[in-house]
Design a protein around this ligand. Structure first.
Ligand code: PGA
Length: 249
């Protein structure tokens, strides 16, 4: 059985006050024990988040990591620094990083390696644009992004990854993939993982991301190959995010 993950990517949003709200809401409300819950706040809030979620089941994630260990890389943060603040997960290849910060497949691979070398779990994000979908290229784009990373890792490292399928046209647009559309791509990803190694296909958790909300989460999460969600906008409201956690539990 794959344990579902619900991960909240705050992006460049939030505040100390919001963190405090989450700390209260998530320590008081019983989260389902059958799932993992991860919150990924901006870097400056990690220390406070580590404290705020100390008594809860919430785990911490970061939104990116630099491939280098240390040095003259102004503005950047390394995996070992994240570890010092209790971070367990890190996003790599989010479409906003790929587009706005020009991170290509080799940059994504370098970040995934840095995370794995420090014992962090990379959440590898993949997804097609609307144009690519309409041209019938969804699977080749998504599987290509996966191969660019998995093809360079060893079998043990591959098993440590989490993969998030996030159609670019569904991120922050309010336009969600239908459960059938999402399941179709998830099934193709899982089949592709099986081709690497049977156990890999069975074990790797595949999250869906892109306008997942309290009112559509249950249907998406009910799909056989969807093992959780990566949530942006709806992870900024305690009630909405809790409702999504309960839809997974
Ligand atoms: P969204 O973002 O839920 O606001 O669409 C998802 C993401 O970017 O991970």
């Amino acid at each position: 059985m794959r344990t579902p993950i619900i991960a909240g990517n705050w992006k460049m949003n939030g505040s100390l006050a919001l963190l405090e709200d989450f700390g209260h809401a998530f320590s008081e409300a019983a989260l389902p024990e059958s799932i993992e819950v991860v919150i990924l706040p901006p870097f400056p809030y990690l220390a406070n988040a580590d404290e705020a979620f100390e008594a809860s089941l919430v785990q911490l994630g970061a939104q990116t990591v630099n491939p280098e260990e240390q040095g003259a890389f102004t503005g950047e943060v390394s995996a070992s620094m994240l570890k010092e603040f209790g971070v367990r997960f890190v996003l790599v290849g989010h479409s906003e990083r790929r587009t706005l910060f020009r991170e290509d497949d080799s940059a994504v691979l370098a970040r995934a390696r840095a995370a794995l070398n420090s014992g962090l779990t990379p959440i590898l994000c993949v997804g097609e644009t609307l144009e690519e979908r309409e041209a019938g290229r969804t699977e080749s784009i998504v599987l290509g992004q996966i191969d660019a990373v998995l093809g360079e890792l060893d079998s043990q490292q591959r098993r440590e990854l989490v993969i998030a399928y996030e159609p670019v046209w569904a991120i922050g647009t309010g336009r969600t993939a239908t459960p059938e559309q999402a399941q179709q791509v998830h099934a193709a990803i899982r089949q592709h993982l099986h081709a690497y190694e049977h156990e890999l296909g069975n074990g790797v958790r595949l999250l869906y991301g892109g306008s997942m909300k309290a009112d559509n989460a249950a249907q998406l999460l009910a799909q056989p190959d969807i093992d959780g969600g990566l949530i942006g906008g709806a992870s900024l409201k305690t009630d909405d995010f809790l409702a999504i956690c309960h839809a997974a539990g």
